[in-house]
Design a protein around this ligand. Sequence first.
Ligand code: CA2
Length: 157
Amino acid sequence: MSDTTTARPRAVLVLNGPNLNLLGTREPAIYGHTTLADIEARLVAEGAALGIEVRCAQSNHEGALIDALHAARAWAGGVIFNPGGYTHTSIALHDAVAAIGLPVIEVHLSNIDAREEFRHRGYVARVCQGSIRGFGWRSYWLGLHALAHILPPPPTE
Ligand code: CA2
């Protein structure tokens, strides 16, 4: 029997950091042609198929990302997070992920380990459940499927 009072909600925040609102408009060789709105729509649809509510947010501001992570505690069972350039600089986002007590999957469109040296260091992934990088928009799709296995199964009839 499942414990419905403490079980994580089957709801996921998909959170994107700085400049990811420009996806599909610039640098398609690195980041692909898919827009952020397209990615979000695909995740909402895939979430529905998996019995997971998906809500999406993007901000270019570090504090707003921290606020979104804090707010997720009230409704989400997990987070898919692309911190963008803050991946490589932000101890504040590391601390926020560590503080919320939710499983967070860090995702990246590009393979950050195969790019410039300054992208090899990251703070956020150290406190995440796992990280997925290098698969374009499908990194998010894989992250959603990873969370689908971490969250409690949907109720059976
Ligand atoms: O590969 C990823 O997902 C990144 O998080 C993307 C960040 C980069 O700083 C990280 O090292 C890896 C950059 C996002 C910039 O997105 C743009 C999209 C279109 C045009 C220009 C930038």
